[in-house]
Each structure stands twice: as C-alpha cells, then as structure tokens.
Design a protein around this ligand. Structure first.
Ligand SMILES: [Zn+2]
Length: 173
C-alpha cells in the first residue's frame, strides 16, 4: 500500500517537474543547455529519476518507522515512593518513583500522555495530507476526541523526554 502511494507520488512529482522544466524553457528560451534538456531523452529520464527517488525514500522511511518506539519499558513499581503529574508537549504525563523490590533500585515509571481535557489516555494518530506528502502526527483522545499536535523535535521520543523531566522533579539522575 505504501509503495503504491509512493509510486503515485513519484509520478506526480515527475509530471510536475516536467511542467516546471517546460515553464522555465518557455520563460528562458535562450538558456544554453536548452537543446540538451529538450531532447526526448531527458523528458523521459526526469520523471523516471523522480519516481525512483521517491519510491526509494518511501522504502527507507518504511524501514525506519517504528524506531524510537522501544522506549521507557519499566514495570509499575511495587513500592511507590512518590508520584508527579505534569504537563509537557501540551499533554499530561505521570511519573512514578519507586522500587520493584523493597531493597531494589529506585527508578521512574512513566505513564501518558493523557488528555488535558478529560485525563483519558491518548492514542497516536497520523493525518496524511496531499497523497501522504505531509504527515501530521497527533495524539487523539478516544473520549472527548480532542486532537493534540505532537512535537516534531521529539517525535516518538516524547515519553523519554518527559521521563527526563520527571527524574529532575524527583531529584534523581
Ligand atoms: Zn479527552
């Protein structure tokens, strides 16, 4: 499915690039390279190159997605020492400080993100725009259906970032 979409995207880009080149030639008919660009070879090659580029890009992105999801995997502590609710990236997080065993190490367990409106656990959501050219990553509330934009700089790493904040609040490193 993803590849088909990338193929369509590649064809669209190829056609658009042809139109742009055509338009440039129309504007600047005296360009020195004009005879080379105008040759049918280029008119065929250009879209093919763009198709290949975007299909490749799509495949690379496909392989790379899911990276960063393997974050913050700890069990809820059996011996809770402290708990903090705080807001970051426009949503709520809960950090719980505790130990798994009475004599075990202190660690922070993260929960969230939660909806600022109704405290429900949020779901991840992707809105694809213009044939998937742009993907808007959001959190969506299953209860009140409010949508929250995810931070681009910390995409898929929000929980880790929130954990760092929680650790600071608890005064541990
Ligand atoms: Zn909500």
């Amino acid at each position: 499915m993803g590849i088909t979409k990338d193929l369509i995207k590649g064809i669209v880009v190829g056609v658009i690039s042809d139109i742009i080149v055509g338009f440039l030639l129309y504007l600047f008919p005296s360009l020195p390279q004009v005879p080379e660009i105008v040759s049918p070879f280029w008119w065929i090659l250009l879209p093919v190159v763009f198709v290949a580029f975007f299909v490749g890009l799509g495949l690379m992105r496909g392989n790379g997605s899911g990276a960063g999801l393997v974050a913050v995997g700890t069990d809820y502590p059996k011996h809770v020492q402290d708990s903090q609710d705080f807001q970051k990236f426009g949503v709520w997080w809960r950090g719980t400080l505790g130990r798994l065993y009475r004599t075990g190490d202190l660690y922070v367990h993260m929960e969230g993100p939660f909806c600022p409106n109704c405290a429900t656990k949020l779901s991840s959501n992707k809105n694809e725009k213009f044939l998937g050219w742009f993907t808007e990553h959001t959190w969506i509330c299953p209860d009140c259906e409010e949508e929250y934009e995810r931070p681009k700089k910390f995409l898929y790493k929000e929980k880790n970032a929130a954990k760092s904040i929680a650790k600071k609040k608890f005064g541990i490193t």
